[in-house]
Design a protein around this ligand. Structure first.
Ligand code: NAP
Ligand code: MN
Length: 268
């Protein structure tokens, strides 16, 4: 089995990376950063987001596993003291895999030039470069509303605990194939009206956002921000691809939610 290890880059994560690499080589696993079967991310959820984007061209052949060197993460759910156990599990292939839905975003331009396609593990957000974002929202080919406000956040189920949660969105179990649209400070008065609640769209419903006029937009894809000029439309839907996580022990999603946000002294 071929493996790669990414690190947040701090001393603790780098040291753990060296230690795990040597252990795995001792177990006759093959270090291969170009075509790994398994990618171990050491750091935080942000480190796993980076690893996802580094290997997004080969998602169907890559499984991810996250070790956290800070607080408990949603993607990084192994602690450094468990690393010996994890190495033994890794060496004892085959491993089982859980798959989570991801989000596909396509940005199209007025001049009809090359469109851009992105995959998000957490979310895509759309914001104006200045002033309010004014954008028509279409669901499954039907106009739904005109949004005016700071922006829109379209998240995956596993990303629903990140930015989406700060915006008052719901936490969605990652076994549900859906995307969620959450508003950022919508303008609501006698003239302007938006739904005001987060929307959850199933896999076969496409969201199309059309700016009222050709504008420059800031599109974020997880941790990256991309400026797009003269945008005609932005299309979001559940991707045909999935992200795969190597699973060696159960750690139910709701336990991770509880331990991260409620605290583990609340187990009753
Ligand atoms: P960051 O500023 O370090 O991330 C913000 C926080 O979100 C960190 O504590 C990060 O955990 C955590 N996080 C990332 N993915 C998560 C998930 N799926 N569930 C729960 N928490 C999660 O930047 P970053 O590490 O590069 O992460 C980028 C993400 O930050 C974006 O995808 C977006 O979701 C989030 N973000 C949130 C807000 C907000 O809540 N107002 C604003 C902008 C961006 P780690 O410390 O373990 O990395
Ligand atoms: Mn981070």
């Amino acid at each position: 089995m071929k493996f790669a290890i990414t690190s947040r880059g701090d001393q603790t994560s780098n040291a753990l990376r060296m230690k795990m690499k040597n252990y795995l080589l001792d177990f006759d696993l093959v270090f291969d950063e170009a075509e790994p079967d398994i990618v171990i991310s050491i750091g935080g959820d942000g480190t796993l987001l980076h690893a996802f984007h580094q290997y997004q061209h080969r998602l169907s052949e890559t499984a991810f596993v996250g070790v956290h060197t800070g607080h408990l993460g949603f993607y990084a759910d192994w602690v450094p003291s468990e690393v010996e156990k994890l190495v033994i599990e890794l060496a004892r292939t085959p491993f089982s895999v859980v798959e989570y839905p991801i989000l596909e975003t396509i940005v199209r331009h007025i001049d009809g030039g090359k469109e851009s396609m992105y995959l998000s593990l957490n979310e895509t957000t759309i914001k104006a470069t200045e002033g309010s974002l004014v954008i028509d929202v279409e669901i499954k080919g039907q106009k739904f509303e005109t949004f005016r406000g700071d922006g829109l956040c379209i998240s995956t189920p596993s990303g629903s605990t990140a930015y989406n949660k700060s915006l008052g969105g719901a936490i969605i179990h990652p076994s549900i194939e859906a995307i969620q649209v959450a508003e950022m400070a919508s303008i609501n008065n006698r003239v302007f009206r938006t739904i005001g609640s987060p929307l959850i769209l199933p896999g076969h419903h496409t969201l199309l956002l059309r700016p009222k006029e050709a504008v420059d937009l800031l599109v974020t894809v997880d941790h990256k921000t991309i400026l797009h000029k003269d945008v005609k439309s932005i299309q979001c839907r559940v991707s045909d691809e999935k992200v795969r996580f190597a699973r060696y022990r159960p750690f139910p999603f709701w336990n991770r939610v509880r331990d991260s946000f409620v605290g583990n002294d609340n187990r009753g």
